[in-house]
Design a protein around this ligand. Structure first.
Ligand SMILES: *[C@@H]1O[C@H](CO)[C@@H](O)[C@H](O)[C@H]1NC(C)=O
Length: 306
């Protein structure tokens, strides 16, 4: 029985409002995030598919318009990967940003070829760095961080966000796509000397498809079990070496839905060793942090998942 009439009214009305919102949209598969937030008039996770002839080679230019790079300035100058998730925030690993302040970094969006100036690319300054409060540098638990940009992102064809993972989905057994500018060169020395490994950044990004493994396989095949915390998933082919390196840390692990829409399911950690040893690559799962992500990005606008 409803005693507090006013309150009861609100409770009763709430589901009706949500239901009518769902039916009024052209796309009928809105996620709970779209209901929680007033969505922007844009679609997330839509890749660019046009093939363009560059130097006799077909390339998909700006295939993933959510790919971002964090430019770390100063003494340890380098660029690390991140992913645009809405009109204001990029997501990356916490280990990438440890000890840095907003003034130390800027975020590049809309870039494809790192070696050629790109008219569509922009450098944006940063307002706030939000490391996960439970991030542990020791075992890399909750290795996830948000970067709030100083200005809103103008969403266009070459700069637009990925969708977040579907709630309560594990993606085990699915093929995940990873993407980044890192490249490994494995040089074999004479048999007596240790193998030397050189990791460089490539001009154009590379893309890989790798299966998402289960918790048992992650524990068994990760080079160092210490980093397999509750919030981790892993990708790779059991028995072969992983092509994912330490420098890929912060980069996206994505799932391509049946409709061709990409969802961000994880963020690569920096404890992945590429090279001659067999192993799988660990990532921090988005679904284990979805509440933290949504709570900390309430002032942003998410696109529709179609
Ligand atoms: C963005 O910053 C990087 C690193 O400082 C620089 O190489 C690049 O030219 C800048 N891009 C634009 C569009 O200003």
């Amino acid at each position: 029985m409803c005693v507090l009439h006013l309150l009861c009214g609100i409770i009763l009305l709430a589901p009706i409002t949500i239901a009518s919102e769902i039916t009024s949209t052209p796309e009928n598969s809105r996620g709970f995030l779209d209901i929680l937030f007033a969505p922007c008039k844009c679609r997330c996770g839509v890749p660019n598919r046009e093939a363009k002839l560059i130097g006799g080679e077909f390339m998909r230019v700006h295939e993933f318009p959510w790919a971002a790079l964090i430019q770390i300035q100063g003494e340890h100058e380098r660029a690390v990967p991140a992913t645009l998730i809405n009109d204001r925030y990029v997501i990356t690993s916490a280990s990438n940003l440890l000890g840095l302040t907003p003034l130390d970094i800027k975020v590049t969006l809309g870039q494809f070829d790192r070696c050629v100036p790109d008219i569509s690319s922009t450098n944006t300054s940063v307002e706030k760095i939000i490391l996960h409060p439970d991030f542990s540098p020791e075992n890399r638990a909750h290795d996830i961080a948000l970067i709030k940009l100083s200005t809103l992102v103008k969403i266009e064809r070459r700069i637009s966000p990925v969708c977040l993972a579907s709630p309560n989905t594990r993606y085990q057994g699915q093929v995940a796509t990873v993407f980044g500018w890192a490249e490994t060169n494995i040089k074999e020395g004479p048999p007596t000397s240790a193998q030397t490994r050189k990791i460089t950044s490539s001009c154009r990004p590379r893309k890989l498809g790798l299966p998402v493994l289960g918790p048992k396989e992650c524990l068994e095949f990760t080079p160092d079990m210490a980093y397999v915390t509750q919030d981790k998933g892993c990708i790779g082919v059991v028995g072969s070496n992983t092509p994912i390196c330490e420098v890929d840390s912060g980069g996206p692990v994505m799932f391509r839905s049946y409709h061709g829409v990409y969802e961000l399911i994880g963020v690569l950690v920096d404890k992945n060793e590429c090279g001659p040893k067999p192993g799988v690559a660990l990532f921090t799962t988005i679904n284990d942090h979805i509440y933290w992500i949504t709570q900390n990005t309430r002032d942003a606008c998410y696109c529709y998942k179609s």
